[in-house]
Design a protein around this ligand. Sequence first.
Ligand SMILES: Cc1cc2nc3c(=O)[nH]c(=O)nc-3n(C[C@H](O)[C@H](O)[C@H](O)COP(=O)(O)OP(=O)(O)OC[C@H]3O[C@@H](n4cnc5c(N)ncnc54)[C@H](O)[C@@H]3O)c2cc1C
Length: 447
Amino acid sequence: MISVARTGSHLCIESTLMSVLAADMRTTSYWLDGIPEEPLLQGETPNRVDVAIVGAGYTGLSAALELARSGRSVAVFDSERPGYGCSTRNGGQVSPHMKPSMVALARRAGDKKAFAVRKTGYDAYEYLGEFIRAEGLECDFERSGHFLGAHTPGAYEAIARSEPEDVRQFGYEAYAIPRSDQHSEVGTDAFFGGVVYPQWAKIDPARYHHGLLTRANDAGALVFGNSHVESIQRDGKGFHLRIGSAQVHARDVLVATNGYTGPSTPWMRRRVIPIGSFIIATEPQPESLIRRLSPKDRMISETRKVVYYYRASPDRRRILFGGRVSIGDATSEYSAPRLHAAMTRVFPELSGAKVSHCWYGFVAYTFDELPHIGSHDDVHYAMGYCGTGIAMATYLGMKSALKILGRPQGATALDDLPFQTRPGYFGKPWFLAPSILYYKMRDAMMR
Ligand SMILES: Cc1cc2nc3c(=O)[nH]c(=O)nc-3n(C[C@H](O)[C@H](O)[C@H](O)COP(=O)(O)OP(=O)(O)OC[C@H]3O[C@@H](n4cnc5c(N)ncnc54)[C@H](O)[C@@H]3O)c2cc1C
């Protein structure tokens, strides 16, 4: 009897949860709506190229564009369609932010190195803005600013004190907004104030990816979908790549697989930690409501370690709300109603808004929380963007290309950072669930 009663209440909770999902909820990225499906390249893969690139996201395509424009023959291979990975699934929040704080980095590497590493984030950010402008890419890139909401009074005091000074050393601006004024930035009482970064930007990630793909194609790079690179083996002065029944010889190889790095590159796989992150999109809402919730079109994130991040859609009719609600692996069907619940804790006015899309992707964390660029056994890589890769992936893709071209401008402050792994880690992060649980508890206990 008891178990029937429990099952009944469980079913009731589940059906209440599910009632917030639109009947036709899609589990594909909202950003892909309206993006023309690129016809996959037909025909034979070439036998020989100067450079083969594994992964057709921002990193791979940015490198391909630079290399093709410098006269190299380039083939980019993606297991799925180009852009299948994070580059068409992300939150569209663009910042120069790197995870470790200046203080934490300086403790590890000294003040000078910490500054140089953090500055790479700002260089990447400036590079992206200039690249989009110079290429004339239409992707809703706009410096509409970012609001970091403090989830506790203590967090507010800490960020109000540290953040303006932190970004000022790089020539940027940030200022604190007390709780009493925060409705001018975001329509919620959920925060204890926050910090505004007025120069940080938003982007439509899939339109940006589409523009990059078009430019790479126009420059002569060959971009293949449905082309899983199964192995990369040294062959004389170059490498042999096995892609299904095809073999390609390349003088140089760049691995640009980030959170999708797999068994064909085991050394790299041991160094990145794939973490699933989910996003929901609401159905269209009244414009006046979105104006109240997002009056200045800021990108929004929070001081929690297990972070939620959100924004209005470019047409300002929906809220896109991202984060991680499960401790272990989860599906979109599991995450969507729970993200909706998290969203309505921030924006109670959205309690009746149904979820039209829920999707996820794998970001790549690293053990030192920094992105990495370099080569191992002469195979180049750029990866490990720790959830903030829109600018950095574009930048390090370009820098990888310059390294392959042998140009000194390919150097970065990240070049000499050891790309760490841990004993017993082979690419399946068994420690993720306990770590997320620990950080969720820490977030909840913070005052
Ligand atoms: C939900 C979510 C939200 C995010 N939000 C933000 C944000 O707001 N701001 C921000 O800056 N960043 C964000 N990110 C991170 C950002 O999207 C990534 O850092 C960036 O897109 C990485 O680009 P990439 O080209 O390196 O990798 P990806 O775009 O992930 O591309 C890697 C590609 O490699 C392919 N691949 C893997 N193995 C092989 C193989 N063996 N052979 C052939 N192909 C292979 C995959 O199919 C994939 O398409 C978010 C990510 C997610 C998932």
